[in-house]
Write a protein that binds this ligand. Structure first.
Ligand SMILES: NC(=O)c1ccc[n+]([C@@H]2O[C@H](COP(=O)([O-])OP(=O)(O)OC[C@H]3O[C@@H](n4cnc5c(N)ncnc54)[C@H](OP(=O)(O)O)[C@@H]3O)[C@@H](O)[C@H]2O)c1
Length: 307
């Protein structure tokens, strides 16, 4: 991408979109097109069509989506399917119609089969049954990956997609109704410490293992791939290291300085037992994560709760 290229970041207020904007600005890209969902509802085809006609972006980072943790995915099943299908279909199709030079679509490691062999290789996509709680979200995202691939194959587009692991960082969602596990635990421990509570409730058994990546590392990976990678394989982005939810809770408890107990609500669903990405492809393409988990959580805790 040329420094003066016109770049549209869909979802720039979100955790991923805002991290991509920070990276682009740090590297001297100045011609950024940014619209909130109030200004441009990406579910509405006519709005997206007019926007592309008027702006004609050269590059697109598609980081707008309906996103949430297990509870939100499981409760708002129709919305996760409808909103994500509409947003990505409109943006990808209009990018093709208006000759976007390159598009990067944010998929997710949640869309691999529930029992994919670990660490999960890119080739595991569509090889097994999905996790029931987030099936609607996964089906929508798989459609997005396949749109990129097949627009490349039929129309000769240059649309790539990526499979990030669980992310955390600035502008994360801390609403306990819809948050992912890491921000939810940060908030719960922080508030319990302030109130002097004796215990904090945490979902599930704590046994599942998960991988976490700081969103600034993800944004660097996205820029790197936008500048260097072409292909139909949706590239895994992660650290290649995982941790049990129990270990994560203890780490966050220590970072926050909460001294009470953790009360595991074992009747709540655990989700996929393990989710660790095979990151050999992205390593071979010249990117590796820089921010280790403990350092990243300390940074986010300081920036978000202690300021
Ligand atoms: N968070 C993770 O752990 C994670 C992991 C893997 C992959 N991803 C992927 O990364 C992408 C971004 O996730 P995120 O965590 O940054 O989500 P987020 O913080 O919830 O941000 C989502 C963004 O999408 C925009 N959006 C939602 N509905 C829209 C609509 N109808 N029209 C226009 N914009 C709309 C929102 O815009 P407004 O703020 O203007 O409403 C918001 O800025 C998603 O595709 C997600 O699947 C995330």
């Amino acid at each position: 991408m040329d420094k003066s290229a016109k770049i549209y970041i869909a979802g720039h207020k979100g955790m991923v979109g805002s991290a991509i904007v920070r990276q682009l600005q740090e590297r001297g890209y100045t011609n950024l097109v940014l619209k909130t969902s109030t200004e441009l509802d990406l579910r509405v085809q006519a709005q997206v069509q007019s926007f592309f006609e008027a702006e004609k972006p050269e590059y697109v980072f598609l980081a707008a989506a309906k996103v949430g943790g297990i509870e939100a995915n499981n409760t708002y099943r129709a919305e996760f399917l409808y909103d994500n299908l509409m947003i990505q279909t409109n943006v990808i199709h209009q990018s093709y119609i208006h000759g976007v030079q390159k598009l990067l679509f944010l998929a997710s490691s949640c869309i691999y089969p529930k029992f994919a062999p670990q660490p999960i290789k890119e080739t595991s996509l569509l090889t097994g049954t999905l996790e029931e709680t987030n099936e609607p979200y996964a089906i929508a995202k798989i459609a997005g990956v396949k749109m990129c691939e097949n627009y490349n194959r039929q129309y000769g587009c240059n649309f790539i997609s990526v499979m990030p692991t669980n992310l955390y960082g600035p502008n994360d969602n801390y609403d306990l109704e819809s948050a992912h596990v890491l921000p939810a635990l940060l908030r719960k421990f922080h508030e319990a410490k302030l109130k002097g509570d004796a215990s904090v409730g945490a979902w599930g058994t704590g046994e599942p293992k998960r991988e976490f990546l700081h969103v600034d590392d993800l944004a660097k990976a996205c820029l790197h791939l936008m500048n260097t990678y072409e292909g139909n394989v949706s590239v895994n982005i992660g650290t290649g290291k995982d941790i049990s939810i129990k270990e994560l809770a203890l780490l966050i408890k220590e970072i926050v300085g909460f001294t009470g107990e953790i009360n595991w609500k074992t009747a709540k669903p655990d989700g996929t037992p393990r989710k660790l990405l095979d990151v050999s492809l992205i390593h071979s393409l010249g990117w590796e994560h820089k921010i280790e988990l403990e350092e990243g959580i300390r940074r986010v805790y300081r920036e978000t709760f202690l300021n």
